[in-house]
Ligand binder design. Sequence first.
Ligand code: SAM
Length: 279
Amino acid sequence: MPDSPYRAAFDATSPMFDSVTPLVWGPAGQSLAFALGLRSGERVLDICAGTGASALPAAAAVGPDGLVHAIDLSDDLLELARLKATARALRNIDFVRADATQWEPPSTAADGYDALACSYGVFFLPDMDISFARLVRLVRPGGRVGVTVWRKGAIEAFARAFFEVVARYKPGRPHEGPLATETYAAHPLRRIETEETLGPWLTESGCTSVEVREFSNHVPATEEFSWNFVLGSGFRGAIAEFDDDALASIRTEFLELLTARGIDSVDATTLVATGVSVA
Ligand SMILES: C[S@@+](CC[C@H](N)C(=O)[O-])C[C@H]1O[C@@H](n2cnc3c(N)ncnc32)[C@H](O)[C@@H]1O
């Protein structure tokens, strides 16, 4: 499997990823699992599963007669997910290191999954539209499909301050990512970050009966949360090259800039979209 730049970037988030889970990844993943209307015995594919924010509630929802295939590029995040599944005695979930764009279902789901879930992940997939439409075809007709994405404007003020400080340390070397300043307008997330665009996109991917709900979430921007969010999310990729001294300076300047700008909460508002597969 050709390596994705996101594998190393997300492996590096693993020490802090789950410090963000209780306030951001977890509530959204739980909302997604609920919105999918999962029932006992169903088979779920969860892509870009991370440490299991949506896969673990999905496994609880489908119960011992159901199954969840939870796939991600990052071994380190998957290992944390496995530990949580073991601690919760969930034996119906397999965490597999795989690229979602290459995933072929094993025999237990060869006739189609009952549901597909992806929380904060579709916008990382290369050729997002083609890749996601292929995954929707792995769901049986009538099965459900659900995604979460940042709502337009969410995280923006926080991200702008962060990338402004990072740019002081590596001028002229752009970082790529959904919220990076230089590549902002061209990023695929821009095409699916409103109710008006995400709904039709899910329809185009092979779904009907599409619904988009807004999950409002404002997290107080304490110093602890703000820096944990940088280290435990895709932002981490932008500071991978720095040593501890540089990181300490970036942290200080970033927190000062948040204060100077009056950014006292992080808008983590998220769209939760579901549809029914027509494949
Ligand atoms: C922001 S995290 C979200 C993780 C989890 N769904 C959650 O909400 O906590 C995005 C995840 O997508 C994964 N990812 C990115 N591209 C991927 C791909 N092509 N195949 C599988 N996983 C991928 C990353 O490794 C990362 O764990």
